[in-house]
Design a protein around this ligand. Structure first.
Ligand code: 5GP
Ligand code: ZN
Length: 113
């Protein structure tokens, strides 16, 4: 379920320190170490998937679960006027941590995409 070499698995286990803002049995949300916006959170499933394409039909249910939780978590952490979700996939997107994660960006007016 968790990967011994993965930094986000280390955060989930509690071996690597992180500013966690939400946690339940399925997911964890913590502050990005190098924030790219006034609020920059990372939401991760508590199962190690590198990429969306690795997930089976039943495993993908975690994504709907996370998307259901994110609005309240975002609001409680300073995104009360909107926010942006980003999932980087692979090298062209600049993915650096290969444990599936949803970036939550907000707390200020974000640049246009
Ligand atoms: P990616 O580029 O893979 O979509 O995003 C990875 C994100 O993880 C980056 O925004 C980076 O700042 C963040 N990050 C990398 N290592 C750590 C860490 O050890 N702790 C925390 N809190 N964030 C990290
Ligand atoms: Zn992992």
């Amino acid at each position: 379920m968790l990967d011994g070499k993965c930094v986000f698995c280390g955060i989930i286990r509690g071996d690597i320190p992180a500013a966690k803002v939400y946690e339940d049995e399925k997911m964890c949300v913590f502050k990005d170490l190098e924030p790219k916006a006034a609020v920059h959170l990372l939401a991760v499933p508590k199962t190690h998937f590198k990429l969306l394409e690795e997930m089976g039909d039943s495993e993908r249910e975690i994504l709907a679960y996370m998307l259901g939780k994110i609005p309240q978590i975002a609001r409680q952490n300073g995104c009360d006027n909107g926010y942006r979700l980003i999932i980087n996939q692979g090298d062209d997107a600049g993915q650096t941590v290969f444990h599936l994660h949803i970036h939550i960006l907000g707390g200020e007016k974000l640049g246009e995409m």
